[in-house]
Design a protein around this ligand. Structure first.
Ligand code: ZN
Length: 277
């Protein structure tokens, strides 16, 4: 079976140091967390940025740039900058959200469909997905297509069919966000059945489902994502001391199930990314 790409989502926009003191806020903390997770086996780091003092979600481009530089100066892991902008509102929301694309990371997340995301609306109107795909294509940035429910996959297939996303498409199946598709094995099998034959896909589960979804993703030949963005615990009642500790546990699960873990170079090859940046 192919090797498994482990993505680490080190901070997201929601977890705080009050929830787990190891949640990184500053660019240095975020890059340290990513590099440490790389040493534990992660090939991709999915990055959000925070206001360095308060830890509140930020979309300041210089913070993204600093994190990217810090990671790239220390290791060859792939960097995936978020364009989710769940906290971004106002007239220029689209520009704010897509600004990280111009930094030319290896990947950017591309949120294709709207949903009620816990306590708020996660608005991704059709024009957002299309513009995001166009800009990523123009910049040579691979989209990581985040889908939170079955209909989102259909929207991605439309963009793929119109030539706005280069093959092979790379999907992140986001399972168990409150009001998105629940993280059950049956739902994951159904989501996977809707993907195009040439797709590369990864799965994430929120909360304790991080571990069931890692096991399922490994069994089914997919890739997996762990990290504080989705889950703060190693097991019930035990906070993870670091993102790297979550990656170590994912690697143990993969190895127990006889899947080898991909290096960044192997991940680049599977995703059809050039080795240069
Ligand atoms: Zn994210």
């Amino acid at each position: 079976m192919n090797k498994v790409i482990v993505t680490v989502a080190v901070n997201g926009s929601r977890p705080t140091k009050a929830m787990n003191p190891a949640v990184p806020y500053t660019p240095a903390e975020i890059a340290d967390a990513a590099v440490e997770a790389h040493r534990a086996g992660a090939a991709i780091a999915h990055i959000h940025v925070r206001d360095p003092e308060s830890g509140t979600p930020s979309s300041r481009l210089e913070l993204f740039a600093e994190v990217l530089d810090r990671i790239r100066s220390r290791c060859d892991m792939l960097v995936n900058l978020t364009t989710s902008g769940l906290h971004v509102t106002g007239q220029d929301a689209l520009e704010q959200r897509l600004a990280p694309v111009q930094l030319r990371p290896d990947l950017c997340s591309l949120d294709i469909g709207s949903l009620n995301f816990r306590d708020r609306l996660f608005a991704n109107p059709p024009e957002f997905g299309e513009e995001a795909a166009r800009r990523m294509q123009a910049a040579g940035v691979k989209p990581e297509i985040e889908v939170f429910d079955v209909g989102h996959i259909d929207q991605a297939l439309d963009l793929i069919g119109r030539g706005l996303i280069e093959p092979p498409p790379y999907f992140q199946l986001c399972m168990g966000v409150k009001w998105g598709i629940p993280a059950t094995p049956e739902n994951l099998l159904f989501m996977r059945s809707k993907l195009p034959a040439d797709a590369q896909w990864s799965v994430l589960g929120v909360g304790a489902a991080q571990w069931t979804m890692v096991a399922m993703g490994v069994l089914l030949g997919g890739h997996v994502r762990v990290g504080f963005e989705d889950n703060l615990h190693l097991r019930k009642g035990v906070l993870a001391r670091s993102n790297a500790e979550l990656v170590e546990q994912a690697v143990r699960i993969a190895q127990a199930l006889q899947r080898e873990v991909a290096t960044p170079a192997e991940a680049r090859a599977m995703l059809h990314l050039s080795g240069s940046f």
